[in-house]
Structure formats: structure tokens, C-alpha cells
Design a protein around this ligand. Structure first.
Ligand code: COA
Length: 329
């Protein structure tokens, strides 16, 4: 029997229409457009409407991904959502809500909490579930309403984050030239205190102020991120016997242009092969990689069979990288 591979069949994304520019932030906190651009590369980010939930954002991205995959909702046999801003803190999972809004019933549906690495984490799960032969078409969603956990009086964090969603359909294929080749994921909870959002009643039972904000030791996160992201890429390339010049598109997590540039330069990736959306969306956590991939796809840069390298890092700390050939048309 021929081997079953998992393939990324389609990509879709949705960015809320409302733009929060650096000039807008200048009116809210003591900062300047120049400082933000120089330190982060971010010029603007998107904000969801008050009544627009993570599931609404994810739903729009999911509809596009399903349509582009050319499958019907009845053919989707699992829905997995990566998010750190679920509609409900504990249950039901945002994946269940999105599945219901799509009319997908009686299938596996759950959320994954792996912060900015969420999309690569769920890609890893989908690859395993497809290769096991049990599942045929899995809908993956990375969606965030980070504006709901950002403190807009804290200038060191509010400049960084934005809202948005991305989605992909992972299907089975017998063709290796459109397969997800390898994924590495990892975590180290010793760094949990450096990046968190928000605390819950479980850790603070007597505190009714459960909806606290995202907290981050930016400088320390920055240093670990650059080192980890670089090492991760070196390891996945070496393990698969692939040199950097063979990569068609490098799609890193879009957190900070300086982090991306540091990794890109260390690995010698050409600028034109690196996908950048951080300037217009900021850091959208689990949505960042699929949103960036979608932008490159819609610009006509990504073609069937192209070799793509993903690299991500986030709270936990969690991190991961993936090598895949684009299976969409
Ligand atoms: N505008 C102006 N000044 C600001 C500012 C802002 N928005 N935010 C912080 N500052 C100030 C600080 O108060 C500090 O002032 P001080 O020297 O008087 O104390 C100074 O700028 C330097 O702060 P520092 O935190 O060392 O700056 P930095 O160069 O590390 O940049 C970040 C700050 C947050 C942009 C950067 O650390 C970063 O991007 N970190 C990684 C964040 C990240 O990617 N997290 C998600 C990972 S998935």
C-alpha cells in the first residue's frame, strides 16, 4: 500500500477592517511612530469590533480556506483551533463554535493553547492524524482577538499586538511533492513567567479581577526568541538535508521585524524569499503564520509544490518549525 502524506491544500485569512496606526497610539501612550517602526517594524495593526469574537474572525478565514481547498464542509472530519483568546476561557472550545457556525457536526473539534506557536502545533497534530489514515480533511484555524487582553495604557506591549485569523485545510495525498515533510515542536515552561496572559481564577481564586492583561518582559523574550528561532531552523534543515538556498518561501512568526531580520541574516535567507506582514498586522499570535502565508498566496508568490519553511516562537515558551511543499493550487 502506498504511503499517505498530509498536504496543506489551501490557505485563507481574515483581517478586521479597523486599523490602529502608530499615529493613533501616539495619542494613547507616550510613544512615537519613529520609535515603534525602529524597534519593531510595525506601522499599523487591525482591531476587531467589540462584538466581533475570535470565532467570528476564525470563521471568515475558515470559509475562505474551505472554498479554496475545493472540499465541502461535509468532508471536513476534524476542526482544530489554536488561540490564546478563545471566546470562552474554558469551554466550549472556539473550534466547536466555528464548526457549528459552519454546519460541521459530529467530528473531532478542540482548541490548542500554544500561544504564537499555535498554528505550527496544530499543523503537527493534523499531519499525524492524516498520516495515521484516520482523518482525510482537517480544518485548522489560528485566530486571535488580542485587543481583548492588551493593556492600552502599557506602551511596551500595546504597540505590538493586533487581531486577525488564518486557516488552512490539511488533506491526504499520495504525492510526496505536495506533502508536509517535517515538523519540529517544543516547549520549555521554565520561561512561563516572561510572557503570560491573562491569569485565571485557578491561580488567583480570591481575585475577581480575572481579566488581567498580557504581561511580557520584552527584552528577555527578544533574546531567547532570536536564539531559539535560529537554532530551530538550522536543525530542521540539517535533519532533512536541505540547504537554505532550496527554500522558496521563509515564513517566520511575525512578532518583530528585528527578530525576523536577525534570524534571516544568520541563516542567509534572501530578503525577497522572506514573507513579511508584521508592518501591517503587528503580532497576531496563532494567526500570524497563516495570515502571512495567505498574503503571499494572494500576491501570487506561492505556487503548488513550492518549498516553504515556517518558524515560530511564543509564550510558554513554545516554539517550532515546519518544512512543507504547498499543496494548494
Ligand atoms: N515608546 C517609546 N519608548 C518605549 C516604548 C514605546 N512604545 N516601549 C518601551 N519604551 C522605552 C522603555 O521604557 C525603555 O526606556 P528606559 O530606557 O528609559 O527604561 C526603553 O524604551 C527601552 O526599553 P526596552 O524594553 O529595552 O526596549 P527594546 O529595544 O527591547 O524594545 C520591545 C522593546 C518590546 C519592542 C522588544 O523588546 C521586543 O519586541 N521584544 C520581543 C517581543 C515579542 O516579540 N514578544 C512576542 C514573542 S512571540
Amino acid at each position: 500500500m502506498s504511503k499517505i502524506f498530509a498536504s496543506l491544500k489551501s490557505i485563507g485569512a481574515y483581517a478586521p477592517k479597523n486599523i490602529l496606526s502608530n499615529k493613533d497610539l501616539e495619542k494613547m501612550v507616550e510613544t512615537t511612530d519613529e520609535w515603534i517602526v525602529q524597534r519593531t517594524g510595525i506601522k499599523e495593526r487591525r482591531l476587531a469590533l467589540e462584538n466581533e469574537l475570535t470565532s467570528d474572525i476564525g470563521l471568515k478565514a475558515a470559509k475562505l480556506a474551505i472554498e479554496r481547498a475545493g472540499v465541502s464542509t461535509g468532508e471536513i472530519d476534524a476542526v482544530i483551533c489554536a488561540t490564546l483568546t478563545p471566546d470562552f476561557l474554558c469551554m466550549p472550545a472556539t473550534a466547536c463554535i466555528i464548526a457549528s457556525k459552519l454546519g460541521i457536526k459530529n467530528v473531532l473539534a478542540f482548541d490548542v493553547s500554544a500561544a504564537c506557536s499555535g498554528f505550527v502545533y496544530i499543523l503537527y497534530l493534523a499531519k499525524s492524524l492524516i498520516e495515521s489514515g484516520v482523518h482525510k480533511n482537517i480544518l485548522l484555524i489560528g485566530a486571535e482577538k488580542l485587543s481583548s487582553v492588551v493593556d492600552y495604557t502599557d506602551r511596551s506591549t500595546c504597540i505590538l499586538f493586533g487581531d486577525g485569523g488564518g486557516a488552512a485545510v490539511i488533506g491526504s495525498t499520495k504525492y510526496e511533492n505536495e506533502a508536509i515533510m517535517d515538523i519540529r515542536i517544543s516547549a520549555d515552561g521554565d520561561y512561563a513567567h516572561l510572557l503570560s496572559a491573562p491569569r485565571s481564577r485557578v491561580t488567583h481564586p480570591k481575585d475577581n479581577k480575572t481579566l488581567e492583561y498580557l504581561q511580557m518582559a520584552g527584552n528577555e523574550v527578544f533574546k531567547v526568541a532570536v536564539k531559539t528561532l535560529t537554532n530551530d531552523v538550522v536543525e530542521i534543515l540539517q535533519k532533512n538535508g536541505i540547504t537554505a538556498d532550496k527554500i522558496d518561501h521563509f515564513i517566520p512568526h511575525q512578532a518583530n521585524l528585528r527578530i525576523i531580520e536577525a534570524v534571516r541574516e544568520k541563516l542567509n535567507f534572501p530578503h525577497e524569499k522572506t514573507v513579511l506582514t508584521v508592518q501591517k498586522y503587528g503580532n497576531t499570535s496563532a494567526a500570524s503564520i497563516p495570515m502571512a502565508m495567505n498574503d503571499a498566496y494572494e500576491e501570487g508568490r506561492i505556487k503548488h509544490g513550492d518549498l516553504i519553511l515556517l518558524d515560530t516562537f511564543g509564550g510558554g515558551f513554545t516554539w517550532g518549525s515546519a518544512l512543507l511543499r504547498f499543496g494548494g493550487q
